[in-house]
Design a protein around this ligand. Structure first.
Ligand code: FAD
Ligand code: MLT
Ligand code: ZN
Length: 473
């Protein structure tokens, strides 16, 4: 091996191309370009090479070569991440998109094994084609991949009933930073044979290795989903409604999302083919979904519980979706809030969680805090109220340069919001992860002993620090 860095890299490239074939390696700037920007246009990256393995063996060969040449690696799935983790900063970029095969569906075991590059909507289809449900669902499901969803421990709309990605994974196959393959694709619900290593890779954001495949849990398909769009006066009423709905439906609430009037207005303004399902001047809406095992009685159940909510003053008004098209419309409104927000302008994004019992207090105190620190800001607080995760986004005040706000005064607002979250026993990253965005903050907010344990794990699996450097740790 030569000492000249340019010659060494050329040698690496030619050995990589020999190992993966020309389809597996690209230095074409046009092909690479879309991989270098995040979906909101906030961050820009660079890479000398895009690697596109088609199999675990090819990932292993690429990783072994990166190890030999001492090169850092950045894995990428659908590049829909929110925390600047998937944009390369000069590392070798490994896209898992070509690894998109369904390896196995074991219906009797309620499990399916998919490669890392399978898109979430395809995973949902595979489950459906086999008479089962894969319950993870989120706005980016048309692009986000199984590998990325595992790496970020994604959440989304069904968490209150089915849990996060962490709860949906039975087994994992991963390639370690030195190229070794770990086949942990076990379809077991019980396996007490030592440390649960798969959990290390879930939520590790690619800092410990590359996830190449996973065995995922499947669930019975509900016979019917009843969906309603509900007007409530306040987040406190929303939480009351959640308790009522859970009790009245025997735990069948599978979606409970809050949309503020301002978020709805942005969607109506910027997103085509949507209309307000229930016009009202009230400040808050809830999208509620119940998943039930029998069609008979389902409509009665939701109508009765909503009737009771209105009589008791918990809900102000409600509309039950009568058709699949109406259900699709209310979900479209909900999932379009981040898209409409992006058109509206840049915003401070706070992906935070608190115990459900403290959501209303957080929403009220958080809004007062942001408005006192930056008068005139708009607050778009929406999302997964059913599991305590609010996307508490704050726009720049009118007349203030958006980038300057995000990078200067806005930082103080974020610190204050996060202080409030910590005081309420919450988390400063509920579902999007840490990436590069929250790395520095994590280091001083987490207890020292926790940081030390995380660094020890990182050192054990990635002693040279080549896997996604600068993310999380
Ligand atoms: P990427 O963005 O490509 O990567 C994310 C991170 O994982 C990076 O650090 C990357 O290096 C690493 N990584 C990717 N693939 C692998 C792999 N195979 N092995 C190891 N590491 C890997 N998230 C939620 O949790 N809930 C939501 O409700 C939600 N809604 C969203 C709505 C919109 C409109 C958008 C744009 C995003 C939303 N997200 C949400 C965020 C995003 O979709 C998730 O973080 C998702 O899990 C990212 O998947 P991806 O394949 O795009 O990963
Ligand atoms: C969502 O739930 O829509 C996303 O996680 C939100 C976001 O843009 O923060
Ligand atoms: Zn979300």
């Amino acid at each position: 091996m030569t000492d000249d860095p340019g010659a060494r890299f050329s040698e690496f490239l030619s050995r990589l191309t020999e190992a993966l074939g020309p389809k597996g390696v690209s230095t074409d700037t046009q092909e690479i370009e879309p991989h270098l920007n995040d979906w909101r246009g906030r961050w820009k990256g660079s890479t000398p090479v895009l690697v596109k393995p088609a199999s675990t063996e090819e990932v292993s060969k690429a990783m072994a070569l990166c190890a030999e040449y001492g090169l850092a690696v950045n894995p990428q799935g659908g590049n829909s991440g929110m925390v600047n983790g998937s944009i390369p900063q000069g590392e070798v970029l490994i896209s898992l998109k070509r690894m998109n095969h369904v390896r196995e569906v074991d219906v009797l075991n309620d499990a399916m094994t998919l490669e890392a590059g399978v898109i979430l909507t395809r995973a949902q289809e595979v489950a459906d084609e086999n008479g089962r449900l894969f319950p993870l669902s989120l706005g980016a499901q048309g692009v986000a991949t199984i590998g990325g969803l595992i790496a970020t421990n994604a959440g989304g709309a069904g968490v209150l009933r089915y849990g996060m990605m962490r709860d949906l994974v039975l087994g994992i196959e991963a390639v370690l930073p030195d190229g070794r393959v770990w086949n942990g694709l076990r379809g077991l619900r019980k396996d007490n044979t030592g440390y649960d290593l798969k959990q290390l890779f879930i939520g590790a954001e690619g800092t410990l290795g590359i996830v190449t495949a996973a065995t995922l849990k499947l669930f019975p398909k509900p016979a019917v989903k009843e969906t309603a769009w509900i007007i409530v006066e306040s987040p406190a009423k929303a939480v009351e409604l959640l308790q009522l709905a859970k009790a009245a439906s025997g735990g069948a609430v599978t979606g409970f999302e809050i949309v503020p009037r301002f978020g709805l207005d942005l969607v109506l303004k910027h997103v085509p083919d949507v209309r307000d399902p229930l016009p009202s001047s009230a400040d808050w809406r809830i999208l509620m979904e119940l998943s039930l095992p029998r069609v008979e009685g389902a409509r009665d159940m939701i109508e009765t519980l909503l009737g009771e909510a209105i009589v008791r003053g918990i809900a102000a008004d409600a509309a039950v979706c009568g058709t699949e098209a109406q259900k699709a419309m209310v979900w479209k409104i909900r999932e379009s809030v981040p898209i409409a927000e992006r058109v509206h302008g840049k915003a401070l994004k706070h992906d935070v969680s608190v115990p459900v019992s403290r959501v209303a207090e957080f929403m009220q105190r958080g809004a007062a805090l942001a408005r006192s620190m930056a008068p005139g800001v708009d607050i778009i607080a929406f999302g997964h109220v059913g599991d305590g995760n609010i996307h508490f986004n704050v726009t720049a005040p009118p007349g203030v340069d958006q980038d300057a706000f995000l990078n200067r005064d806005g930082l103080k607002v974020t610190e204050a919001i996060h202080d409030l979250i910590v005081s309420l026993n919450g988390s400063i990253s509920a579902e999007h992860g840490i990436g590069r965005l929250k790395r520095d903050e994590l280091a001083w907010r987490k207890p020292q002993v926790e940081m030390e344990m995380m660094r020890a794990v990182k050192k054990a699996l990635d002693p040279d620090g080549r896997m996604n450097p600068g993310r999380i740790l």
